[in-house]
Design a protein around this ligand. Structure first.
Ligand code: HXC
Length: 262
């Protein structure tokens, strides 16, 4: 257990799948300073634990996360908010950098900082009645935990601007249509569908999966030439792994897809 509001659990049917469970139901899992710290700690734990091969972010049935804690933020000064927003951005970036496949299992509300947390996963499985969005504009502010950056990278600038300018809630079907959701399922199947989605990567070569994730994510943050260089270095680096030897020897000796990895 990480702390008061965030737990790291192991999925009972898939011991290689860890669940970062956010549990502050009285405030619909709103991210206060404590929750933010605990999310950063949970991200560090699942990142460094070799028995974890894939990760699910889950907030329970009623809400994924309804945003940063408005009651905690309301009276902060400019100087305090500079610190507060840095802590939140750092925690969410720690999630985005987990070197393993990560899926957000979204049931209920994923708003503001909650939507921004979901953007830090590799995939989003969304319940039919879920609502996603960046309602900060309705509070007189803007997304501050990565939403102005990660949302347009995922769904494109015009769609991101529509969501950020209006603050409207997006339903599951629209989320799927605009690429904010990857799968829509019945609300009571969100968790199991999310586990199923990432469990299929859990037997893959862990170092190569981490390299693929890093090359794609870092590459998207830079120009093509630099991205190709990141790819070339990551690719070449994998020739120092047992998995590369097992993978290529397995092909030569037994045929495609027969290799087993550590
Ligand atoms: C603090 C929150 C909260 C939040 C909900 N609650 N969201 N508290 N911060 N973001 C609390 C409510 O005050 C209430 O507490 C309890 O959770 C249940 O919420 P209700 O509003 O009664 O539920 P419901 O009527 O079902 O409405 C759900 C909702 C609404 C649509 C999700 O709560 C809502 O609009 N929440 C705010 C969403 C939002 O604006 N998020 C963006 C935050 S800004 P009590 O004690 O009254 O029972 C942000 C910026 C990030 O995220 C960047 C920072 C650096």
């Amino acid at each position: 257990n990480v702390g008061e509001f965030v737990r790291v659990e192991v999925d009972p049917d898939n011991p290689a799948v860890a669940v970062i469970r956010i549990d502050r139901p009285k405030a619909l899992n709103a991210l206060n300073g404590r929750v933010t710290e605990e999310i950063a700690e949970a991200a560090a734990r699942v990142s460094s634990d070799d028995s974890v091969r894939a990760v699910v972010l889950y907030g329970g049935e009623r809400a994924f996360v309804a945003g940063a804690d408005i009651k905690e933020m309301a009276e902060l000064t400019h100087a305090k908010m500079l610190e507060y927003s840095r802590a939140l951005q750092n925690a969410l970036t720690a999630v985005a950098r987990i070197p393993k496949p990560v899926v957000a299992a979204i049931s209920g509300y994923a708003l503001g900082g909650g939507c921004e947390l979901a953007l830090c996963a590799d995939f989003r499985v969304v319940g039919a009645k879920a609502r996603l969005g960046q309602p900060e504009i309705l509070l007189g502010v803007i997304p501050g935990a990565g939403g102005t950056q990660r949302l347009p990278r995922l769904i494109g600038p015009a769609k991101a601007k529509d969501l950020v300018f209006t603050g409207r809630h997006v339903k599951a079907e629209e989320a799927l249509e605009i690429g904010l959701a990857d799968r829509v399922v019945e609300d009571d199947e969100v968790y199991s569908a999310a586990v199923e989605l990432v469990a299929r990567y859990a037997d893959g070569p862990a170092v190569a999966l981490a390299a693929a994730k890093e090359a794609i994510d870092r590459g998207l943050e830079t120009d093509l030439d630099t991205g190709l260089e990141i790819e070339r270095l990551q690719f070449s680096g994998l020739f120092a792994t047992e998995d590369q030897k097992a993978g290529m020897r397995g092909f030569i000796e037994q045929g495609p897809g027969k290799a087993t990895f550590e």
